[in-house]
Design a protein around this ligand. Structure first.
Ligand SMILES: Cc1cc2nc3c(=O)[nH]c(=O)nc-3n(C[C@H](O)[C@H](O)[C@H](O)COP(=O)(O)OP(=O)(O)OC[C@H]3O[C@@H](n4cnc5c(N)ncnc54)[C@H](O)[C@@H]3O)c2cc1C
Length: 411
């Protein structure tokens, strides 16, 4: 409720938790509003552009290119770097890892998601996830360092094998990029490099299950041609320090084991309301959880036209973040709130250099170089910050057009 002091309307405090795709989209739209002061809280000082994380993991982009410093973005938005540890919706405060609290009139929860191991034994201890910059750094280190250790006789030759679990876009993109990296490294480690392999495991009957079956088929064929071993209906039942065991009894020995098989919302926030099987908070059609708590992005469970929760992807988070900003402005003007409607602009996945699949509609699908150029253009457009865009564009021009690709180093 707004209280007037001699004609002056005090500004309401909106606190956005999470400076990812959803949180930043909300802050961007709300920052010029005369009714609200906006505070953005994140445990990291940057927005991570996850769709390009696999390029950092495979040493073709430096970390800085995909981590956009939030503090530099909007002068009108206050940024607090801290992890939010609790929410008291009665007192309308959030508590921070620093021991401080922040009061809010409206709270926007945009904390994203985390990897899940589905409780499979050994997966948490013996596989690498790909959710954060630290994860990408560890994958890059394992991929590159294993060559040196094998050459020095410190590790067996099987350590050059890479196994990736999960045939969704992340697994596919990573498998293609790792295979290309292995090709580039051949010149540096001539005797051992030919032994390196990549296996992509998918528990279901096809890759890219959310795409048209023809795109799945095309992707599997392209990866196979590139030298990736694609195994469908291959469910992992256990991970060990050197291998992955499959339901059919097979064991795949690999020095780098990457888990890209699904994400869930952080269970920490389940106390706030009803959740779905992936811990996502079930929101009202306006994206509200309660009158003053809004939830957007991966952590929100919102049924689309099909009746199924919308996918955990960046365009959903961005549109929801903008929607919440619009609703806050409408409410400040005493206008009725609107329900959220997702505009599906299609999906895409890159398989390798000049290889991708794009689906705008189920009848408008394409693959190959045009799809790959579309993918490049769209990712550049989605990136925050001119510097990041320019630097990635320069790296891509160098990597894709110049004979010797540029590779980032690892310790
Ligand atoms: C490897 C990978 C590849 C992907 N590729 C694609 C793709 O190609 N296309 C696509 O559309 N989507 C892709 N996605 C999914 C996409 O990144 C997410 O759907 C999107 O980031 C969700 O936005 P969000 O705002 O909900 O969360 P995020 O963008 O993840 O932001 C959440 C933010 O909250 C912060 N945070 C979390 N907990 C706390 C806390 N307790 N306190 C303070 N801050 C906190 C985090 O630091 C983070 O900055 C990919 C995801 C991954 C991991």
């Amino acid at each position: 409720m707004l209280i007037e002091f001699g004609g002056q309307v005090p500004r309401q405090q909106v606190v956005i938790v999470g400076a990812g795709f959803g949180g930043l989209a909300c802050a961007r739209k709300l920052r010029k509003s005369r009714s609200y002061d906006v505070t953005l809280v994140d445990k990291n000082p940057y927005q991570l552009f996850s769709p390009l994380l696999y390029q950092v993991a495979t040493a073709s982009l430096p970390e800085d290119d995909i981590a956009f410093p939030v503090r530099t973005v909007y002068r009108e938005v206050r940024f607090v770097r801290a992890a939010v540890t609790g929410i008291d919706s009665t007192a309308k405060t959030i508590s921070l890892s620093t021991g401080k609290t922040i009061a809010y009139d409206d709270l926007v929860l945009a904390v994203g998601s985390e990897g899940t191991t589905f409780g499979i034994p050994g997966v948490a201890e013996h596989t690498l996830q790909m959710k954060s910059l630290t994860d990408a750094r560890e994958i890059r280190r394992s991929l590159l360092r294993n060559y040196e250790l094998v050459e020095d006789g410190e590790l067996p030759i099987e350590s050059l094998n890479v196994v990736i679990v999960g045939g969704g876009p992340t697994g596919v993109e990573l498998a293609g990029a790792v295979r290309e990296l292995q090709g580039e490294i051949r010149r540096e480690f001539e005797t051992i490099a030919p032994h390196a392999s990549v296996t992509l495991l998918e528990a279901g009957p096809r890759l890219l299950p959310s795409f048209h079956p023809r795109s799945s088929e095309h992707t599997a064929k392209t990866l196979t041609k590139m030298g990736v071993e694609v195994r469908l209906n291959a469910a992992v039942v256990e991970a060990t320090a050197t291998s992955l065991r499959l339901k059919d009894g097979d064991e795949i020995v690999a020095g780098t084991r990457i888990w890209a098989a699904g994400v869930v919302a952080p269970p920490h926030w389940k106390f706030l309301g009803e959740t779905d099987r992936g811990n996502r908070l079930k929101v009202q059609p306006t994206m509200q959880l309660t009158d003053n708590v809004w939830v957007v992005g991966d952590v929100a469970s919102f049924a689309g036209k099909s009746g199924q929760p919308l996918p955990m992807i960046a365009p959903v988070a961005i549109q929801q973040g903008k929607h919440v900003a619009r609703q806050l402005v409408r409410r400040a003007r005493n206008e009725a709130l609107q329900t959220f409607e997702y505009r599906d602009k299609g999906q895409m996945a890159t398989i390798g250099r000049r290889k991708a699949v794009v689906e705008i509609r189920s009848w408008l699908r394409f693959s190959g170089s045009i799809a790959w150029l579309t993918w490049l253009a769209l990712h550049l457009a989605y990136l925050s910050g001119g510097r990041n865009r320019t630097s990635i564009f320069a790296d891509w021009v160098w990597n894709y057009l110049v004979w010797t690709p540029r590779r980032t180093i690892t310790e």
